[in-house]
Design a protein around this ligand. Sequence first.
Ligand code: ATP
Length: 439
Amino acid sequence: MPHLQQQSDMMDKLVSLCKRRGFIFQSSEIYGGLAATWDYGPLGTELKRNVKDVWWRSIVFERGDIEGLDAAILMRPETWMASGHVSSFEDTLVDCKSCKKRFKVEHVNGKSCPECGGELTEARQFNLMLKTHLGPIEDEGSLTYLRPETAQGIFVNFKNVLDSMRRKIPFGIAQMGKSFRNEVTTKSFTFRSREFEQMEIEYFVKPGTDEEWYHRWVEERFSWYIRFGIRKENLRKRQHEKHELAHYAKACTDIEYRFPFGWSELEGIANRTDFDLKQHSRLSGKEIEYFDDETKERYIPYVIEPSGGIDRSILAFLCDAYREEEVRGEKRVVLGLHKSLAPLKVAVLPLLRNRQEIVELAGRITDDLRVRMRVKYDDTASIGRLYRRQDEIGTPYCVTVDVDSLADRKVTVRDRDTMKQDRIDVSRVKEYLTERLES
Ligand code: ATP
């Protein structure tokens, strides 16, 4: 385990790389920034799309038992009464009377401010939901919330999906999208943001089979992170003690990642029982039941919920991928991202930028690759520096066009991790790269 100082240095380096290379910027930066909100730059946007894509593919495409959904962020306020968010989605907070900082009660040890030693106020309840008003009149009747989780959009559509897709239990519904929480502690880069994206599955099962499905989903989700590049030694499962469980849960396991700032939750897998469907049925007055054609049984399904954060997983993928190496006496910074996550798949680099034929050939190769993969042409520096730039943003392959290419119609393909170089026929470059990127 690296030294604490090294770990916080590593976080600083990553934050700076993210800004410098267009992954993540502070929101509203020119106005001094808005706390705990972040903008994804050009490369961060690609990375985020790729994370969402691999999640969707592995959950919705590769399994046959899950449907997708894209529900609205704004919902009827009754939703949040049924779910328990209006009454209990709260933090208990204390304020420092001198420095005015606010802390979660569980983060304070004793009666004085952990930052300035000042006197603290009595603890108060604070609801984490962001409120808004719909329509022209801002009164109680127009009050609604920005969703604090995507899950409820799934529960209220359970019947719609079940009936329209003619599903049988067990089956699941998956959804990705923005959620909002008025978080109090907002340190650690994007880890705890006020606006963030979730990737959630509600998997509906017959009561009695819930415990088996719960364990299956914990394993399934744990291996997903490893499949896309997180080192196993940096992941662990943490089962919640009875007293930690949320009001709706019978069991919950967090998948935690060893971030530079300590082990922290990436995703939670909860057995939510029939709590949500029952609650929505009660408050809406609508029957939400499943009828099993074969056994003629009628029941409210139990739900297993794997609920992950897209931004948190991006942060974990970045932390895990970041490495510094020494190559022939020089420092090399590499983002060893999984190929399917890398923002750019290939960079085409002309060795000599003042030789017209070389530049033209490199341009033609770029255009040819563009339709198949995210590619970048770059001729703005020497080859050594161009390679370093691509290593730092995790581009798996670089294609270099040199003087010999003009005669032998071959180019050099360099692998980011091994730095091994292969000489490939120009006509085979697309096929060569596609094969490797899809493997
Ligand atoms: P924490 O205890 O860290 O606040 P939580 O247990 O409240 O998280 P859940 O309600 O279980 O989180 O949400 C599911 C997932 O959504 C989390 O595992 C996390 O990946 C993500 N998530 C929750 N809150 C945030 C946030 N403020 N910023 C970024 N991601 C978040």
